[in-house]
Design a protein around this ligand. Structure first.
Ligand code: CMC
Length: 430
């Protein structure tokens, strides 16, 4: 990091020189690491709206332009020309693979898709009505109890094995969480199928009959995985990094990321968006919901709208919208009432000055739920699919952090607003 520029902070009678770094893309970054030692003050930034928590070379977002780059490659090019496992390789290792490297990587992932057989009993410990995300958090966290030979984070080989295991086994875990939830037998992975087809088969096949994977649906599934693969320092990725900073094992860190992703402001938004479309029900009720979203005394928000970083169209949403049109046409469900409501809602919101002024555009979750529903997934599976797609992003960021010789435990400061020291009062005197 070159720091040819600096800023001077005046704190009463003290002047503190703060280095400024110029990243390869994005705004300059002020280094405040010595601020407390030199000035005796902390900075205050709840929600990290102005704070970089790490340096990274994986993903870059330009929210004003609506641009998303993985290792420099625009997401729309990757979604159109590449496929999920190639993007996984790119995120993990920094470069697009040669044909040979790709084949080797695909074989490696394909041959790690089965779960330890003992894990089937672990699934069976959950109630049938458990949310698949609850099962995912539990099963992924429990992987450290099943795969002892890949928990030593100081060993690069074990880190590599854990990375491959997580990417390979997440579709099996997510599909089994679904099968368990609906009371159907687990379907084992098949090594002759690609990553997306295998997942679709594990979700929708039953032992009683043959299941043919539709290649257009497999392509759409693969695109959904690709579009969700990484998104720089979002809440769940930052959670993974924070958990990892203490030296926690990879399975525990990814389980922490899954737990964070579950929230409706993050990965839970695709489920919340579909539920909202269902609740709106018909196009004539849209103005009522738009009015509610604008009303500050009403906590309701338009799900699938707005983003912390994108203040322009989410580039993932543009690709997802095209994919939605293709899938719905293929399945002959263009007249699906939720889709009609979604299309009209998008138009009315984009025409409304409130959303324009606040730069609130549809995000990736606005369209992904529509495609997933058309494919036959229940809303409860939307966030698990996001989690399985994002696993490679979490792993890449986790790996990058551990490979950084300067990494240290994450430990934010606080602006304390509570009582100062006071003496204990015996219970009978209170
Ligand atoms: N509907 C109505 N108003 C909104 C919305 C919305 N969806 N999103 C933001 N606003 C308003 C908000 O009320 C605020 O207004 P004001 O300045 O008058 O107080 C302003 O826009 C800025 O909102 P904010 O909450 O300060 O923005 P944020 O960056 O903290 O929140 C967000 C980002 C994504 C959490 C938020 O836009 C939101 O809750 N959206 C709905 C949930 C959603 O779709 N989440 C998926 C995000 S994309 C997938 C992912 O990365 O997980």
């Amino acid at each position: 990091m070159a720091d040819s520029k600096s800023a001077t902070l005046r704190l009463e009678d003290k002047e503190i020189e703060l280095p400024i770094y110029s990243p390869t893309a994005g705004p300059d970054v002020l280094d405040i690491r010595k601020l407390y030692a030199q000035g005796g003050v902390f900075t205050y930034d709840p929600g990290f709206t102005s704070t970089a928590s790490c340096d990274s070379t994986i993903t870059f977002i330009d929210g004003d332009k609506g641009e998303l780059l993985h290792r420099g490659y625009p997401i729309d090019q990757l979604a159109e020309k590449s496929h999920y496992l190639e993007v996984c390789y790119l995120l993990l290792y920094g470069e697009l693979p040669t044909g040979e490297q790709l084949e080797e990587f695909e074989n490696l992932v394909t041959n790690h898709t089965m779960l330890h057989d003992q894990m089937t009993y672990f699934f069976r410990g959950f109630r049938r009505d458990a949310h698949p995300m609850a099962i995912l958090v539990g099963v992924v966290g429990a992987m450290s109890a099943f795969y002892h030979d890949s928990t030593d984070i100081s060993d690069p080989h074990q880190r590599e094995v854990a990375s491959i295991r997580l990417i390979a086994k997440m579709p099996t875990i997510a599909a089994w969480a679904y099968k368990y939830h609906i009371g159907q037998p687990f379907v084992y992975p098949r090594n002759d199928l690609d990553y997306a087809s295998n997942f679709l088969r594990m979700c929708f096949a039953v032992p009683a009959e043959e299941y043919e994977v539709n290649p257009i649906l497999a392509r759409a599934m693969d695109r959904i995985f690709t579009l969700h693969a990484d998104h720089e320092q979002n809440a769940s990725t930052s959670t993974v990094r924070l958990a990892s900073s203490s030296g926690a094992n990879p399975f525990a860190c990814i389980a922490a990321g899954i737990a964070c992703l579950w929230g409706p402001a993050h990965g839970g938004a695709n489920q919340a968006c579909l539920e909202m479309l269902e609740e709106i029900g018909s196009v004539d009720r849209i103005p009522e919901y738009i009015a509610r979203a604008k009303d500050k005394s009403d906590p309701f928000r338009l799900m699938g709208f707005g983003h912390r970083v994108y203040k322009n169209f989410d580039p993932r949403a543009t690709v997802m919208k095209q994919s939605a049109d293709e899938v719905l046409e293929l399945l002959g469900v263009e007249n699906n009432p939720k889709l009609q409501v979604a299309k009209a809602l998008e138009k009315q919101a984009l025409d409304d000055p409130y959303f324009a002024e606040k730069k609130l555009f549809p995000n990736v979750d606005f369209y992904s739920g529509i495609i997933l529903e058309a494919m036959g997934f229940p809303t409860s599976m939307f966030t698990p699919i996001f989690a399985l797609s994002r696993t490679v992003g979490w792993i890449s960021q986790w790996k990058e952090q551990l490979e950084d010789p300067h990494h240290k435990i994450g430990r934010p400061r606080q602006l304390y607003q509570g009582d100062t020291t006071r003496d204990y009062i015996d219970v009978e005197k209170r």
